[in-house]
Design a protein around this ligand. Sequence first.
Ligand code: ATP
Ligand code: LTN
Length: 334
Amino acid sequence: MKEFSSTVTKSILTGIQPSGVITLGNYIGAIKQMVRMQEEFKSTIFIADMHAITVPQDPNVLHENIRSLVALYIACGIDPEKNIIFIQSENEYHANISWLLECNTPFGELSRMTQFKDKSSKNVNFYAGLFTYPVLMAADILAYDVDYVPVGIDQKQHVELARNIAERFNKKFGETFKIPDVYITKEGTKIMDLVTPDKKMSKSSDNPKGVIRILDDIEDIRKKIMGATTDSECVVCFDPENKPGISNLINICVAITGQSIDQIEEMFQGKNYGEFKKYVADVVVEEISGIQKRYREIINSSELDSILDENIKIVRDIARNKFMMMKEKMGLYK
Ligand code: ATP
Ligand code: LTN
């Protein structure tokens, strides 16, 4: 059993889809934040592989990505001693809970999910799972009675849905779930695509030049940053509306170095964009090189398997209890 320090009382849970190698955006917006929070919270972090199959995946690539993501979590600083790390599909109770919740989720409420509207508009041949996916996300969260769900702003609506589902269920069937709060990363940490800085940097993007993946070749990372879209002004100042490219690079620096926006603007007063980009590339490359080195040490180790084997037992028990409780309250046979 994981030993948490006695001062740690509140809990957090988050998941990332293994829909590709994680990006600098996922690292800054989600993982780095979990690393910070692991000192203060009972932390659970999982690989949302059942969410990844809501859009078509190549089975071999998906399989690789799942293990790789576990190793990346650890390489990025998620401490297996302080976190329960597991793979969602290894705990079948998530899907079981999700079905019971689906039968208590109004169709209209799901139709309002903006991520569904976005993703379904890109492809006419989408599947039912893409529509019901936020309910599975609610199940992931509600199974564990967590206090906070740290996610980027794009996931806020889904956590709010989980709260609504839990409140409605509690009212209808009696107290069953803790109502979780969304924990949003700081405003500045939404990392944008380097080529089209009005779009968020995303794992599943089809423009490789705009996206930095944590396992990219180090020289390619440098090139991508040096080639990032900027503007014609040549002034390093934070203005997301009029200077989205430069503001995005400033955000990246702030997140990695811990400097303030003012400090960065001051450092580059009177300097050109080439010098600024070189600095950004240096800090990013230094951070990512360390992660890649740790990743190579972990990816094939048996330690990874032991961690997963130990953790799945813990989370299956917790989720199973919640499922049995729900079954009983809903009048299902048990
Ligand atoms: P996909 O392209 O498959 O939708 P994604 O890159 O958007 O993937 P998710 O798996 O949806 O990433 O998100 C994992 C976590 O990373 C979430 O908490 C999300 O809010 C956060 N995140 C994703 N992209 C960014 C970004 N560009 N900046 C900051 N946080 C991000
Ligand atoms: N839907 C999220 C990943 C995710 C998640 C969760 C995050 C699945 N289940 C539960 C927090 C809590 C995404 O696409 N980023």
